[in-house]
Design a binder for this molecule. Structure first.
Ligand code: MCA
Ligand code: AMP
Length: 504
């Protein structure tokens, strides 16, 4: 039976002895063996009651088995919902309540905390650890190595990825088989991935970047990946000689540049370095070229849209820009209020349309309508312009969003939590420059009358409530928040005041 994504990306490699995943210890998993493992997991998820269109929510460490579960989900016709491993149980509770998955898979260490949540939601809970052990792998063990792929068409959903919202509530972006496949094929072509490629994969696989941009693109080309559990500098440097390419967030590149072992010789053989998820400073781009002779290829995307633009493979990779719209992607710059298209060179909101763009937010028709124009363009919330040579520049964000080390943090979510803390009157959460993470989360907090607040106490009080990466790295107690005449908090003034906190 036909299944758009599985048939195009994975089925061609069934039985292949070509390497797919290279483990940190050098062990190689071939395409053929990997796909047998995925088939066993497909049987396991089907046995857990997952059918076409059902959701599988996973909060698990990166491992070959975790990737096999993604492929199993595609093959079983399910909708894959990966969750950041840093999320706390209270955050997972929202996703489970909202997405109503049939199956939730977590690390064995998280089982106790998640059991009441999944029970409440009527979901089956299984475990999968970083070493591949767990109740789900036990279910997969001994299952047949082939699975009757469930039929799914181009418009059927393959994944939900939650993205935070300006109101503080996350929205499930519904991605179809065709959204993912079309983007993978485009990227393979424009970035020239082939079966000879070996990608150094150090990104997490619960986001579009690590899962779809990296995995789907390499798989579409029949290439292999050095499958690292995360970004650890020593490991990345030691595996670099075996790689042909790497995809990273800017923090990867600034960390590499800070290390004397990262030399021109080490990467002389490399074919491609790409960067995205957050702005790559022009100075990082320049320093990287000076050190290595390579120009990082910067591209721009979003969970909702997959990749929209890319600097050229052959032409000039222009620092501080995200390149040109990808083939099949229409991009325009509009007046944020009226939606009217602006002239070349003007700054406005970036809007995109194409096969890459998602189907809307799960069970949020209103929100979906608000973020699309009538003619089908999606309003990204990023502010940009197109220069005279056609390069797209991102100059800011219309949305109140912080991007720290490639992770998105919506200030509203953090503010709502801080506001609940004892003695807190009101708060404002902002992003300020940070040498490692690009931007860091900090908060200005106004105490209630006659209350004296202590930074450490508040940070301690929220420690287990939201993911650590969303928590303020500093908290400043202030008498009042600066407001304009309309009463709106002037975050720019707070950024002016506290912005130098992490200056080198
Ligand atoms: C970890 N910490 C962070 C971050 N990561 N704080 C702020 N921002 C972060 N990104 C905190 C931890 O909570 C911990 O704090 C301390 O730093 C050390 O944690 P550790 O896990 O050791 O950090 P790390 O391994 O050094 O991680 C940093 C990292 C990682 C490698 C940059 O964040 C990362 O892999 N980022 C990539 C994100 C990504 O793939 N984004 C793509 C999504 P404490 O010690 O206080 O507990 S965007 C996307 O997909 C779109 C479509 C696109 O365009 O690509
Ligand atoms: P996410 O919601 O996690 O998919 O993050 C998407 C956001 O990341 C975009 O809307 C941009 O604000 C930002 N982003 C992604 N790539 C780039 C880039 N190359 N330069 C600047 N911002 C980027």
């Amino acid at each position: 039976m036909s299944n758009t994504l599985y048939d195009a990306l994975f089925a061609p490699h069934l039985g292949s002895a070509q390497p797919y995943l290279v483990k940190p210890d050098g062990g190689v998993l071939t395409y053929g063996d990997f796909l047998k493992m995925a088939a066993r997991y497909a049987h396991a998820v089907a046995a857990a009651g997952v059918g076409p269109g059902d959701r599988i929510a996973v909060q698990i460490a990166k491992s070959p088995e975790a990737l096999a579960l993604y492929v199993a989900s595609v093959q079983a016709g399910a909708i894959f919902l990966p969750l950041n491993t840093a999320y706390m149980p209270a955050e997972v509770e929202y996703f489970v309540g909202n997405a109503e998955p049939k199956l939730v898979v977590c690390d064995p260490s998280g089982r106790e905390a998640l059991a009441p949540i999944t029970e409440n939601a009527g979901a089956v809970l299984e475990t999968l650890a970083a070493d591949g052990s767990g109740t789900l792998s036990a279910r997969a063990e001994g299952q047949p190595e082939a699975f009757d792929t469930v039929a799914r068409g181009p418009d059927d959903l393959a994944a939900f990825l939650y993205t935070s919202g300006t109101t503080g509530r996350s929205k499930g972006a519904m991605l179809t088989h065709d959204n993912l496949l079309s983007n993978a094929e485009t990227l393979r072509e424009v970035w020239r991935f082939t079966a000879d490629d070996r990608l150094l994969h150090a990104l997490p696989i619960f986001h579009t970047h690590g899962l779809f941009v990296a995995v789907n693109t390499v798989t579409a080309a029949g290439g292999s990946m050095i499958w690292l559990p995360g970004f650890k500098l020593d490991e990345v440097i030691s595996h670099m000689p075996d790689a042909t390419s790497m995809m990273g967030v800017p923090t990867f590149y600034t960390r590499l540049l800070d290390d004397a072992r990262f030399t021109r010789e080490l990467v002389a053989h490399m074919r491609l370095f790409t960067s995205g998820s957050a702005p790559l400073l022009a100075e990082t781009h320049v320093a990287f070229e000076e050190r290595t002779g390579h120009r990082i290829l910067e591209r721009y995307g979003m969970t909702e849209t997959n990749m929209n633009t890319s600097n050229p493979y052959d032409g000039e990779r222009r620092a501080g820009t995200v390149g040109f719209p990808l083939p099949g992607v229409e991009l325009r710059i509009c007046n944020p209020e009226t939606g009217e298209e602006l002239s070349q060179g003007d700054i406005g909101v970036i809007e995109v349309r194409g096969a890459n763009v998602f189907k809307g937010y799960w069970r949020m028709p209103e929100k979906t309508r608000e973020e699309f124009r009538d003619d089908g363009f999606f309003i990204t919330g990023d502010l940009g312009k197109i220069d005279e040579d056609g390069y797209v520049h991102i100059v800011g964000r219309a949305k109140d969003l912080i991007i720290s080390g490639g992770y998105n943090i919506y200030p509203k979510e953090v503010e709502l939590l801080l506001d609940e803390q004892e003695g807190v009157l009101e708060t404002a959460v902002i992003g300020i420059p940070h040498p490692d993470f690009g931007e860091a989360v900090v908060a200005a907090v106004v105490p209630q009358k006659d209350v004296s607040l202590c930074e450490e106490d508040i940070l301690e009080a929220i420690r287990d409530k939201i993911a650590r990466f969303k928590q303020p790295k500093r908290l400043f107690v202030v008498d009042e928040l600066p407001r304009n005449t309309m009463g709106k908090v002037q975050k720019n003034l707070l950024r002016d005041r506290f912005g130098g906190e992490f200056a080198a």
